[in-house]
Design a protein around this ligand. Structure first.
Ligand code: PLP
Length: 389
């Protein structure tokens, strides 16, 4: 099997699995207890907090462990809105993950939401942001990197504009963390979400960075864990895993990790552009994650391509969601102004440091073969493939 869907989730790194192992067996103490077994868990959580803080170039007390990226996003929005009840407006973008958009719409009644559009490259305009911020804007929330296209937003500039306006700034960095360096030392970002399973920790662990001094209200209320910022007995094994994954990601980024990812991604992209006529790249090629390629192929249904690739042992993604038997075009592609046809023919390829050059060559061949097959059958009329696996 070749796995090229690392923006969906990643394989747990063997060193991460090793680090968390003892906390799934003998080291099962509750970190809030006073005997040695519990104290060792408490120490392990402290160490992981230091590791995550270092990964983000922030302070230890600014890291709150959560269960996932979704909880981190939900908490940041909930916190900003409830900490400043007089402000009832938030600014976001039309391409956010639903953990941001759906939560804001569903759970915060009476909230006014301005969604900034993106251009064909998938990028917001800073002028639009300036125009959208009002006196009653509690929060600006803009994702760092889009999970589908990999396109990165001008977060440094956007957070500075927001800071100068007096509103709070949150960024969903769930798909950016581990792939590009994140440095929070400038202090313009109030909240930042990450999720372990996107950079080789297991699913079920995330973190929210909360800038020291930022107004904060917890989403989960109960015991006093996480200094009262997030109740619930700590998931020690997962927290240890997140810490170790953060250390490994920092090492990779310091050792030309971005270049290594982009070499693989670019080789794959070039093979496909050369090998398949009518290939189009979607989103900015300059401002994007080093691991992500988002491509459309003329006259190819991405759903068919996924099924054929899967049958050949290749895991790739399409942005389209299948509802009631009909494939819906990706809302991200639509927000970028693309037609339904182009959106429905788009796939996402996302590599990780656990991929090899040989896998890149093999997967290029598989995709080219599958596209040729779909096109040759389509010339005889429409076909719907169904997986035999
Ligand atoms: N935000 C982005 C950009 C994501 O890609 C994801 C996961 O797909 C999430 C939030 C949600 O993260 P989690 O799966 O950890 O809840």
């Amino acid at each position: 099997m070749i796995y090229l869907d690392n923006n969906a989730t990643t394989q747990v790194h063997p060193e991460v699995a090793k680090a968390m192992g003892p906390f799934l067996s003998n080291e099962y103490g509750n970190p809030s207890t006073g005997y040695d077994l519990g104290r060792r868990s408490n120490e392990a959580v402290k160490e992981a907090r230091n590791q995550v803080a270092e990964f983000l170039n922030s302070d230890t007390e600014e890291i709150v462990f959560t269960s996932c990226g979704t909880e981190s996003d939900n908490t940041a929005i909930f916190s900003a809105i409830t900490a400043m009840p007089e402000k009832r407006h938030i600014v976001t973008t039309s391409i956010e993950h639903s953990a941001v958009i759906a939560f804001a719409k569903a759970v915060m009644p009476g909230l006014e939401i301005t969604e900034l559009p993106v251009n064909e490259e998938g990028i917001i305009s800073l002028e639009d942001l300036k125009d959208a911020i009002r006196k009653d804007t509690a929060l600006v929330t803009i994702m760092w990197a889009n999970n589908e296209t990999g396109v990165c937003q001008p977060i440094e500039e956007a957070s500075l504009i927001t800071k100068e306006s007096g509103s709070l700034f949150h960024t969903d960095a769930v798909n950016a963390a581990g792939k590009i360096p994140i440095d929070l030392s400038a202090g313009n970002i109030d909240f930042l979400s990450i999720s372990g399973h996107k950079f080789h920790a297991p699913k079920g662990i995330g973190a929210l960075y909360v800038r020291k001094g930022a107004p904060y209200k917890p989403l989960l209320i109960g015991g006093g864990q996480e200094e009262g910022k997030r109740a619930g007995t700590e998931a020690v094994a997962q927290i240890v895993a997140l810490g170790k994954a953060a250390v490994l990601a920092t090492e990779r980024l310091n050792d030309q990790g971005q270049e290594k990812l982009s070499q693989m991604r670019d080789a794959l992209e070039q093979n496909l552009i050369k090998g398949i006529k009518g290939t189009h790249r979607n989103g900015s090629s300059r401002f994007r994650l080093p691991n992500t390629s988002h491509l459309s192929f003329d006259d190819v249904d991405a759903g068919d391509l996924l099924i054929l690739a899967n049958d050949k042992g290749l895991c790739i993604a399409s942005g389209s969601a299948c509802s009631t038997g009909k494939r819906e075009p990706s809302r991200i592609m639509k927000a970028m102004g693309h037609t339904d046809e182009r959106a429905l023919s788009s796939i996402r390829l996302s590599v990780s440091s656990m991929n090899t050059d040989q896998e890149i060559e093999e997967s290029s061949k598989i995709i080219i073969e599958c596209v040729e097959k779909i096109r040759s059958l389509r010339s005889d009329g429409p076909v719907i493939f169904s997986s035999d696996k």
